[in-house]
Design a protein around this ligand. Sequence first.
Ligand code: GTP
Ligand code: MG
Length: 195
Amino acid sequence: LFAGETQFVKGVVAMDGLPPADRMEVCFAGRSNVGKSSLINALTGTKNLARASNTPGRTQEINYFTLGEKGFLVDLPGYGYANAPLPVVEKWQRLLKQYLSGRQTLRRAFVLIDARHGVKKVDEDIMSLLDSAAVTFQTVLTKIDKVRKSDLEKSLRITREALAKHPAAYPELVLTSSEKGDGIATLRSIIAGID
Ligand code: GTP
Ligand code: MG
């Protein structure tokens, strides 16, 4: 599924620009800079297919990529702080919420959490939105190469406590490093198993 060449389909700026809902899709949501685009590159074995950068607010559109013939991988703009003008940020935040609660073919949302910080209020808000929309979500801890073991355990504890409150949460977490490759094969097989 991830072996073939993944292609960029389109960048979407409004709900009516979404591609036809004719196959399954999974999306990657999370605070700005948490590593969504980098994770898509790691999963697809590409370097810069999804453009990543150190500036929070890099991804400003809903970016669609092919997942073989089977579906789409969807890279989302971040939420929380972004290095962009407020009206622009507000526009893409609205779109993000509309997308997460209104896309029929969205099978699972991966909610990315920085392993150094654990779940924050903005993450809880998105999780609550996914609960309301009955979209199953699975938490992915990112950048585990950057965290000390004791801090990782603390983030895991905070995150598990938060997840227990969300009915749409899938109980199993995935620990990843897009930099070092940890958890990437696991996440690929999780995605391959979603119909
Ligand atoms: P926005 O599009 O702005 O919302 O950000 P994003 O969530 O797509 O983050 P992006 O993938 O652009 O990564 C942000 C920064 O974190 C970049 O400088 C990446 O190189 C870095 N980064 C991402 N994943 C990892 C990781 O697993 N380990 C390390 N060390 N750095 C990472
Ligand atoms: Mg991005």
